[in-house]
Design a protein around this ligand. Structure first.
Ligand code: SAH
Length: 391
């Protein structure tokens, strides 16, 4: 397997046109007045957008004469469905989206008896180069805009409301940033997405903080920044190894921020938010599933406000690795629990449609754009994490 470089700085090419969902409610009102319309039209447009309505003909509360102009200026179509694939008796649906520049991303909607969760993408491809992850092996194409990320959640909410998923009409209750990309490497736009997910109608989906999960490889400065934002969403850290030696190879960002630093940042997050964080650990046969590693992980997390989510590895094409056999999984769980660490094993929804964790690998078809990640210079590049001025 070839090792890919770590890529932090997303190419600036290909970002889509401005959309209402990229703007704060105040900015949206200003934008509407600049189009010669009363400010409250921004609220009307937002209500339509967050309900999944983009056809001007359905916006009957807007004057017919201005519908087209307003939607054209503020609700450009950013996500086009290439195809839906369903699994698990119609309860799981993966959607492949084409973006305005031809880039492809995926989202997965999963309905459970008590909730409906959509797993959304924050980048086209990913620069974090984890060798067991299909997206990580693609390299980074570009960051998604806030509206492109939010649009995936809005589409899922509308699909639930409209009864498109087996089980009748329902409500989208959870959003997880576990699709393609490293959300904290696209910080500013993910931050805007959190606002939209948590803000009540008309300017958001009105989800609760605990039902939104941001999953990260462990970009420590960005975790610390998120800690200061007061959004209090659930944090998931993709650890996959309790020791630096192995984690350096499984999650290459570990060469930058070590296990202890990541856990420190997650602990600070838990202290600030009062919310238990989740440690994601893909069990890979004979790689990270040994009993001694379960014990190391137990020691690392004992007494902390943490929960371990074990994911049997979803094998990806070309990878020599496989999921841990059941007895190894059971032993791993037993040792963690014996150490007093809350542990669950994730179900693998959508495996047969390559919709499970780490399997999202929409082929990159950006025209005229090289699909491989650009190698970073050997000197440490400044890590901007999508900071201010990154818009
Ligand atoms: N970049 C973020 C979010 C995307 S991945 C992150 O790494 O957290 C969502 C989860 O799926 C992560 O925990 C990731 O490590 C895990 N994952 C990736 N590839 C996988 C695979 N082949 N099998 C099981 N889990 C995988």
């Amino acid at each position: 397997m070839t090792a890919l470089p770590l890529v932090f700085d997303a190419p600036r090419r290909g970002m889509p046109p401005r959309h209402l969902a990229d703007l704060s409610p105040e900015e949206a009102r200003t934008a509407v007045t600049e189009l010669g319309q009363p400010a409250f039209r921004a609220d009307q447009l937002a209500r339509h957008f967050f309900r999944g309505v983009t056809d001007p003909a359905q916006m009957t509360d807007l004057p017919a004469a201005s519908r087209e102009a307003l939607t054209e200026a503020l609700l450009p179509g950013l996500l086009t469905v290439v195809r839906h694939q369903t699994a698990d008796n119609g309860r799981t649906r993966k959607t492949l989206w084409r973006l305005h520049d031809g880039a492809l991303v995926e989202s997965v909607l999963m309905r459970y008896p008590d909730r409906a969760t959509v797993c959304i993408s924050s980048q086209a491809g990913c620069g974090m180069a984890c060798p067991f992850c299909a997206t990580g092996q693609q390299g980074l194409t570009r960051n998604l805009s806030a509206a492109e990320i939010i649009g995936q959640a809005v589409a899922a909410a509308a699909a639930m409301a409209n009864g498109e998923i087996d089980g009748g009409p329902g409500r989208l209750s959870n959003v997880v940033f576990m699709g393609m990309g490293e959300p904290l490497a696209n910080y500013a736009r993910v931050r805007k997405t959190l606002d939209a997910l948590l803000t009540p109608a008309p300017h958001g989906l009105g989800l609760s903080q605990r039902s939104v999960t941001v999953s990260t490889v462990g970009l420590v400065p960005a975790i610390r920044r998120l800690t200061d934002e007061g959004r209090n969403v659930t944090l998931a850290v993709s650890l996959h190894a309790p020791d630096d030696e192995l984690r350096n190879t499984l999650v290459p960002i570990n060469t930058r921020w070590k296990v202890a630093e990541v856990i420190d940042a997650a602990d600070a997050y838990a202290r600030k938010t009062g919310r238990r964080y989740s440690i994601e650990y893909a069990l890979i046969r004979d790689v990270n599933d040994q009993p001694f590693r379960a014990d190391l992980l137990g020691e690392l997390l004992a007494g902390k406000l943490a929960h371990v989510n074990l994911i049997p590895l979803n094998p990806t094409p070309g990878s020599p690795w496989d999921a841990s056999p059941l007895p190894a999984q059971r032993e791993f769980v037993a040792r963690l629990r014996a150490a007093g660490v809350a542990t669950t094993v994730r179900d693998t929804r959508g495996q047969d449609i390559d919709g499970a964790c780490g399997q999202l690998a929409a082929a990159d078809r950006v025209e005229g754009v090289p699909s491989l990640a650009v190698p970073v210079p050997s000197v440490e590049p400044p890590l901007e994490l999508g900071a201010e001025g990154d818009e």
